[in-house]
Ligand binder design. Sequence first.
Ligand SMILES: [Zn+2]
Length: 255
Amino acid sequence: MIITDTHTHLYSDAFDDDRTEMMQRAIDANVKRFFIPAIDSTYTEAMLQLEKDFPKYVFLMMGLHPTSVKENYKEELKHVEDFLKNRKFCAIGEIGIDLYWDKSTLDIQIEAFKYQINLAKQYKLPIVIHCREAFDEIFEVLEHEKSDDLYGIFHCFTGDLEQAKQAISYNMKLGIGGVVTFKNGKIDQFINQIDLKHIVLETDSPYLAPKPFRGKRNESAYVTKVLEKLSELYNLSEEEIATITTENSKAIFGI
Ligand SMILES: [Zn+2]
């Protein structure tokens, strides 16, 4: 069985003291494919180093995270584009809109989001969407930009059933992580009404640790807790869920 963590920030300094051991724990738990979202240029070097250290397992994305869309966003977008020109990435991400941390940057967040969607179309890559308190705004952009060649993952999906269906209608898979194990996480109430072909697994390490590690540092090995929960909700073996969601991740990333 091979489990895929489609969203994990393994280059985070939260892992600086024990990165090799943490990676080994994941690999020992059958988590053998790690997809690494970008945030902004300050992390690029750490991402490249991670890829050098674990070349068989790690696949890098490139993109500008909505909470890093600030005064210098044009330079940051140029950084993204320069890297896309020079080497291969598996996706444009994470990109999107975040109205939890800062509402004042909404206009430039939308602009950066659209710009990067168009980079994805140009480079024929999937997008990985970050959405926090911004479903309406994100759906408005996707409604405008939707096309057969736009596809990807709605990362850390936390919406309701209607929003799940709407995300899927834009060729997006739903990234399901630790929130599905939370008592008040809500998605456990309806997720089994969504066909598994639309689901991928993720941790968002070092954030959003699943039960029983909630509130602690998250790591990719804990994606097994998400797998366990989905196995219970879908009434299928963990093996089956791992196989289907890994296949889904291959369909998205082409790796
Ligand atoms: Zn993330």
